[in-house]
Design a protein around this ligand. Structure first.
Ligand code: FAD
Length: 515
């Protein structure tokens, strides 16, 4: 809705409607339905219910349109690839549907930078485009100082609708897992298994891939106190005397602005735009934007050996599930996380004359050697396409990273040999940023010692009422897909807010301009 320049008030403001922001809305709708929540996203609603995964749109044109509308204010070069090798081309800076690249500032000097650094700007965020893999972190991936991590992960699985076994009995899945187990399990501390996926099967047999719609759930959609404002950019978090006062917003349809008062603001605007908004607001803890880590990614494709030709897949729709998705968990000794999946469920499109499920993609993500100086900086003078402080990414791979990538590559070759024949030759190392798992920029810590941005309830050090959410909060060198953990941490933050005495605004003010 257009704003009229006047002010309004809410109890809680949430910035960003990806899975992290949606988790706050859900828990608060369940536990504090009395609180008025204003929920902003810079992007448009592209699916129904709002935040739904675009993969659920069976019509190709409708899906392509939803993807394009997620690609930011001025999608220039829509250079989608149709080959795996295309993704390995740094020069082409090829992008996945529903996401768009950082135009400028993704690399400084001769550093590797993050050439594949991408964003989604739509209600649901990247959660409308993701692959839905929801493994639990293990060993050193876990956040040891969170005693309730397993309980939080249970809750995150509930919110995301995660199923461990939905595709476990896909026609070729057992055979793929058997070959993986035979090759790996005897010597590793964590066993191969089916990949937990955020997906459910509908009564008609179709799959419904979880997006923020599932995280919101009916309880949020039915909550009259939860109000969603799409195409509304939050430009500033206002503070005074170390306390949150509210936000400034700008409608991206007509440029009108408004000031919203609230004692609690949750910024869940992804691992780059969360620190960007804090920076733009003059909230600059020393660790803000630092400890940036992306998961170096290596991929491989294998045609399964000696499997019976598969009939058409069981599920209607664009996703074939014949070989399921298998999981090779991270271990400290082998510091990478592996997923083995049918190619048309993977984020890597594949065109080929091959039977459903017969070709599997192997995607290995390495735990980064985390360094304080790998960081995103923001420019007070130059603005990005939204008028926010422009980003500049300082990022390098270390010797330890090179060793992990080499070890991951040779493990993939060995696993490829167990499964069948390589389709495209050797494994391909993707350009940094391609994992889309950006972590650390608003990291959680136990102490306000300059090495973290928020405490163990996601509250920003030194600013009462300000919470951060998203993959940036993860402090460990995590190699597995981060969204489940991110939602778990959001649950912790939301519970802290729900349990706190949030002062409700006087009712006249609550009406504001958006009643
Ligand atoms: P996002 O989903 O990125 O949402 C952030 C939102 O904030 C956006 O909607 C944006 O518009 C909004 N925003 C930003 N700035 C502002 C502002 N100033 N004002 C208002 N709104 C703002 N993860 C997994 O765990 N498993 C997978 O299998 C997996 N596969 C993936 C495959 C693909 C192709 C992609 C694109 C991603 C994948 N991911 C996967 C990553 C996953 O999607 C993200 O981890 C997850 O979406 C992060 O959630 P979030 O809510 O923190 O951020």
């Amino acid at each position: 809705p257009p704003f009229d320049g006047t002010s309004a008030a809410a109890d809680i403001i949430i910035v960003g409607t990806g899975p992290a922001g949606a988790a706050y809305a859900r828990i608060l709708s369940e536990e504090r339905p009395d609180l008025l929540i204003f929920h902003f996203d810079a992007g448009p609603v592209v699916s129904d219910p709002p935040g739904a995964h675009v993969k659920n749109l069976l019509d190709d044109e409708a899906r392509a349109s939803a993807q394009r509308r997620s690609e930011g204010p001025a999608p220039t070069d829509h250079a989608m690839t149709d080959t795996m090798a295309g993704y390995a081309s740094d020069a082409a800076r090829i992008v996945r549907p529903g996401t768009y690249l950082l135009d400028d500032g993704y690399r400084v000097g001769d550093q590797v930078g993050l050439p594949a650094l991408a964003f989604s700007t739509n209600v649901g965020g990247m959660g409308a485009h993701w692959t839905c893999a929801c493994p639990r972190p293990g060993e050193s991936e876990r956040i040891e100082f969170l005693q309730d991590l397993d309980d939080l992960l249970d809750e995150a699985e509930r919110l995301l609708g995660v199923s461990a076994d939905l595709m476990a009995d896909a026609p070729l899945a057992g055979e793929v897992r058997k070959r993986l187990s035979e090759g790996l399990d005897g010597r590793r501390t964590r066993a191969v298994g089916p990949m937990p996926l955020a997906v459910r099967r509908e009564a008609d047999g179709r799959l419904w891939w979880s997006g923020s719609d599932v995280v919101f759930g009916d309880v949020t959609r039915a909550n009259p106190h939860h109000r969603l404002f799409p195409q509304t950019l939050v430009t500033k978090v206002r503070t005074a005397a170390g306390e949150v006062r509210g936000v400034d917003v700008r409608c991206l349809v007509d440029g009108s602005t408004a000031t919203i008062d609230a004692p609690v603001v949750v910024v869940a605007a992804d691992a780059f735009r969360t620190p960007q908004l804090l920076w733009a607001s003059g909230i600059r803890p020393p660790a803000l934007g630092r400890y940036l880590n992306d998961q170096p990614q290596v991929v491989h494709a294998v045609k399964l050996r000696d499997v019976p030709p598969q009939a058409a897949s069981r599920a209607a729709g664009p996703i074939d599930e014949a070989s399921g998705v298998s999981w090779v968990p991270f271990t400290v000794a082998e510091p990478f996380h592996g997923q083995v999946m049918q190619l048309d469920a993977s984020p890597v499109p594949y065109d080929g004359d091959i039977l459903p499920g017969e070709v599997v993609g192997l995607g290995w993500f390495c735990a980064k050697d985390i360094r304080e100086k790998d960081r995103v900086e923001f420019d007070d003078q130059i603005q990005d396409g939204f008028g926010m402080p422009a980003m500049k990414v300082h990022y390098e791979l270390t010797e330890a990273d090179r060793r992990s990538i080499a070890a991951a590559t040779s493990q993939m070759v060995a696993i490829g040999d167990l499964l069948g024949e390589a389709v495209f030759g050797d494994p391909i190392e993707f350009p940094p940023g391609a994992s889309l798992h950006y972590q650390g920029t608003t990291r959680m810590g136990q102490h306000d010692d300059g090495r973290s941005v928020c405490d163990d309830t996601c509250r920003v050090w030194g600013t009462t009422g300000l919470y951060v959410a998203g993959n940036g909060v993860i402090p460990t060198a995590m190699a597995c897909n981060p969204t489940l953990t991110t939602v778990a941490l959001a649950v912790r933050g939301a519970r802290a807010i729900a349990g706190a005495a949030v002062p409700t605004q006087p009712s006249a003010e609550r009406l504001g301009s958006h009643a």
